[in-house]
Ligand binder design. Sequence first.
Ligand SMILES: Cc1cc2nc3c(=O)[nH]c(=O)nc-3n(C[C@H](O)[C@H](O)[C@H](O)COP(=O)(O)OP(=O)(O)OC[C@H]3O[C@@H](n4cnc5c(N)ncnc54)[C@H](O)[C@@H]3O)c2cc1C
Length: 449
Amino acid sequence: MDSAVEPGAIESLRAEVTGEVLVPGDEGYEALANLMVHKGHPAAIVRARSNDDVARGIAFAVAHGLEISTRSGGHSNAGFSTNVGGVVLDLTHLDGVEVLNESERLVRLGAGAQWSHVATALAPHGLAFTSGDTTSVGVGGLLVGGGVGWMARKYGLALDSLVAAEVVTADGRVLPASAEENPDLFWAIRGGGGNFGVVTSFTVVAQPVAQVFFGQIAFAPDETEAVLRGWAAYMDSAPEELTATAMCWPTFGEAPPPLGIMVCYAGDDDAAAALAIDPIRKLGTVVDDQVRLMPYGDVLQPISDLPPGWQPRVRNRLTPALTEDLASTILAQQAHLPNLYVEIRSIGGALSLVPEDATAFAHRSTQALIMGVLLGDPEGNEPLLPTYEAFWSALAPSMSGAYSGFLSNVLQADIDAVYPHQTYRRLAELKREYDPDNIFHLNVNVIPA
Ligand SMILES: Cc1cc2nc3c(=O)[nH]c(=O)nc-3n(C[C@H](O)[C@H](O)[C@H](O)COP(=O)(O)OP(=O)(O)OC[C@H]3O[C@@H](n4cnc5c(N)ncnc54)[C@H](O)[C@@H]3O)c2cc1C
């Protein structure tokens, strides 16, 4: 072992917890120390099997002055769920999915479950849960940040369907959080990320959806701008069952690829789905149409392997008005960066019906999320960063916030965009109550007031 922690202390921790404790050199350590693109070298990885294990892992880190990374699915774009020299609290053993009450659609999700696992477990009950787009993203990280999924316009953010949670706080208490119990904590964990403790389980109301119409409609590249403008205009009046995302692919200096619009119609009524989706098909020359009825679980996609050394730079902003002019601006700015992938997720709908102060995710008048991913390795991208900044500056007048999930390099401007002033103030006061020493700071951090 090569950390500052005494081997004896690790042995004591091992004796206290029911899960495993891995240190450098242990079998399985390397695979857990690193994330997809972020390398880590924690002093200890605590693979918790209970709330008590989590509490003991926290106490160990605090006693030794070590940083804490909370990890559920390990998909932090910023690499928050690993560290160098600290403790990783790995929740992957806490991956249960239990239908508590089928008629009320109440389901308890372990924080360490992956969303594909959740979809598979709910399908036999005729249920689904709007989460994200990727099979292996974890329940924990997505639910405390937001959860912009394929049924967002019909059912809101994933966290809008949360009714209760269990939280292990900085001082090792295990607190229930719901509208009735510790309501402030319940408010804070719905958008405040990992700032308030380790959430070990979530009780949610699942959606009565078995099958959806899902797939990509691709358009002739020379019609990209006209189609994107038409799509932006249409989504404002589209039925809430329809959630759609425009994928503006990078050119890498080659001929432009087709514009892809992914659609998800939350339901199996083919006439209603066609009514919702056909206006998109009519926007231009369709070169590929993959839309078909499928089980909800099939809409989640695995992550493709990245070329070695790639570390995508990810940022997003939210807009209250997805206008045709904004669509044109996005494309004009993207043209300056041949390795920039731009994704525009139309949201709004049910997400906008929740009052702004009801959860710590406050951006309720959002119509679209714009994500810009600079592909490639950090060295190659370094000279492109001023152009990447110019992309965001050009969009800034039309933007009103940001989503914590799609950020790889978290700057103060991002934190300010994620938490509007009023939200931040309330979060900071609660942070003082629940984590006064800011031991949970590897996140989109709120400083205790
Ligand atoms: C390939 C990819 C696709 C994505 N697609 C979507 C999408 O479609 N929709 C969407 O909304 N988001 C999406 N995201 C963003 C994703 O929601 C966030 O990155 C989220 O934090 C990942 O959750 P995780 O549990 O896998 O991450 P982890 O890396 O395990 O955790 C990330 C952070 O979340 C906090 N956290 C994690 N678990 C807990 C817990 N149990 N209690 C308290 N805090 C916790 C911690 O601060 C932690 O550092 C995607 C990310 C990636 C990399």
